[in-house]
Design a binder for this molecule. Sequence first.
Ligand SMILES: O=P(O)(O)OC[C@H]1O[C@H](OP(=O)(O)OP(=O)(O)O)[C@H](O)[C@@H]1O
Ligand SMILES: NC(=O)CC[C@H](N)C(=O)O
Ligand code: SF4
Ligand SMILES: [Mg+2]
Length: 528
Amino acid sequence: MDKPRDHCGLFGVFNHPDAARLSYFGLHALQHRGQESAGIVTSVYDESKGRKVMPVEKDFGLVLDVFDEEEVFERTLVGDAAIGHTRYSTSGSATNPANIQPFVVHYQEGNLALAHNGNLSNARSIRDRLVERGTLFNSSSDTELILHLAAQSTETGPVARIVDALHACRGAFSLVILTDDALIAARDPNGFRPLALGRLDPAPGRATPAWVVASESCAFDIVGAEYVRDVAPGEILVIDRAGVERVAEHAAGGAGGDGALYPGPAGGEGGAATAGFNGVCLPRRHGVSQCVFEYVYFSRPDSKVFGATVDKVRRKMGKRLAHDAPVPLVPKGEGKRPLVMSVPDSSNTAAIGYVSESNKTGRRCKLDIGLIRNHYVGRTFIAPGQQAREQRVRTKFNAVAGVLKDRVVVMVDDSVVRGTTARQLVQMVRDAGAAEVHFRSASPPVMWPCFYGMDFPSRGELAANAHGSVEAIAEWLGVDSLGYLSVEGMLDAVEEAHDGRERYCHACFSGEYPVPVEADVAKEENDW
Ligand SMILES: O=P(O)(O)OC[C@H]1O[C@H](OP(=O)(O)OP(=O)(O)O)[C@H](O)[C@@H]1O
Ligand SMILES: NC(=O)CC[C@H](N)C(=O)O
Ligand code: SF4
Ligand SMILES: [Mg+2]
C-alpha cells in the first residue's frame, strides 16, 4: 500500500427497465472511487421459479473490463431495480474474490443484495459475536456482517431486519440494498461517506419516475438524472413501488396517500419532494462527522457532496492556502512572476483558487500547465517496490520543459501522504530546468490512519511522520520551500462553502477521532 486509496462507489436504481445499464454508466462515473473490482446485481421476477431472483455479475478490474459484453445486459442483468459497486478494500483482502461486492444472499425473507462504502469500526466485536452463534462466513470483509445481522434479526420483514442490523453497526457505512421489493439507501448517523438521491423522468411506457442513489452526483449527470437531496446522516430511506407512486401523486398535487408516514429527514433539502417514501432515522451518538477528505481529494470536482459542490470547496481551500503558505514574493521588475502549476487532475481547482487569491493579495503569479498526465494510467496504479513506484510516476506524468525552464515554480497538490508523488515530480520539474521549486499542499499534513473507510499507509510511512518537521520533509522532497494548508484553514474553507465546520471528520489530519474504534484492527485479519 503506497497511497491513500479511495472509498468505494455506490449506485442504485429503482423503477427503470434498463436498471443495470444505468448502473453501468453510474459506476463509470464513480470509477475514481474504487478500481479493484466492480459489480452489478438486479432484481427480477423469474417466471419459471415463480419468485424474484437476483442475478449478479462482478469481477476484479475496472467497470469497462468487468462489463465488456453487451449481452450481459440483455440476458443476465435484467429487471427494473439494480445496485452496483466499485471497490477499494479497507476490510478484507483486495485479492479475495469473495470480497467483491455487491453481495447477494438468500434467506428467510427472500433475496438480499448489499453494497457498502465505509468501514465498520466495531467489525471485530460483531464478528466475534456472530462466530459464537455459529455463523459461517463466506468473505473476510466487514460488509458481510451486515447481512448476517439482518438474517439473524428477530424482527420480521426485510426492512425491519435491516433497520435492526444497522442499529448494531458503528463507524462508517453508506449502503445501497436491494430487497425483493425495495431499494434501500442508508447512511450511518455520522454521515462519514456521501450518498445522494436523484430522480429520472419516467421511462417510456411508465407513469412514475425512476429513482437513483449514488455516492456522488456526477453519477446522476451521466444518466441524465437530477440531484434531489442527500440521504441524511442516519437516514434509512426505503424506495418501493408504493412509495414511488405516493411521491408521484404528491408531486402531481394529489393527496399523497399515507405519504405523511415519512416526510423526509427534518430540515433536509428536498425533503418535501420525497415525502411519501418510508424511512427511519438511526440514533445519533457522536454528532455528524462527514469526511473532509472527500473535499480534499476523493470526490470529483463536478460532484455535489455533503450539500456543496466539490469544485467550490476546493477553490476555497486553494484560496486559503494562498494565505497559509503564500507564493514566494518576486516584486515587479525583479524577475518573472512565479509559475504556479497543479498536479493534474485532483489539484487543478485548488491551484486556480490559489493563484487568484495570491494575485489579489499582491503576490504576483501565473497559472500554467507544467505537467501532462497520461490518462490511461489509473489513479492509484499499484506497483510494488520503490523502483516500480518511481516508474509509475514517470509513466503517469511528464514535464513541459518549455514552460518550466528557468522559472520559479510553485507546485500545488491536494495532499502529501507518503510523498512519493511529490518527490518524483519535484525532481522531474527540476530536470526540466526550473530555477526554484516550491511545493504547496492544499490540505494539512496527513498524520493519522483512517478507520472510516479509507486505506492509508501505516503511520510510519506517512511523510509527515517519517521525516518530522516541515523543514525536514522539504529537504527530503528536495524543494526550496514547503507549505501546507492549516487544519483551521481547511475547516474555514469548508464552512465558507456551506453549513459549518463542526459537521466534518478531520481525524487523519488532527488525530481527533469522532467515533471510538477497536484497537489494532488489521485489514486482512480475517483472511486465512
Ligand atoms: O504522497 P503520496 O503518497 O504520493 O500521495 C499523494 C498523492 O496521491 C494522490 O494522487 P493519485 O495519484 O493517487 O490520484 P490522482 O491522479 O487522482 O491525483 C494525491 O492527489 C496526491 O497527488
Ligand atoms: N472503501 C470501502 O468503502 C470499502 C468497503 C468495505 N469495507 C470493503 O472493504 O469492501
Ligand atoms: S480520518 Fe480522514 S479520510 Fe478518514 S473519514 Fe476522517 S477525514 Fe475522512
Ligand atoms: Mg494526485
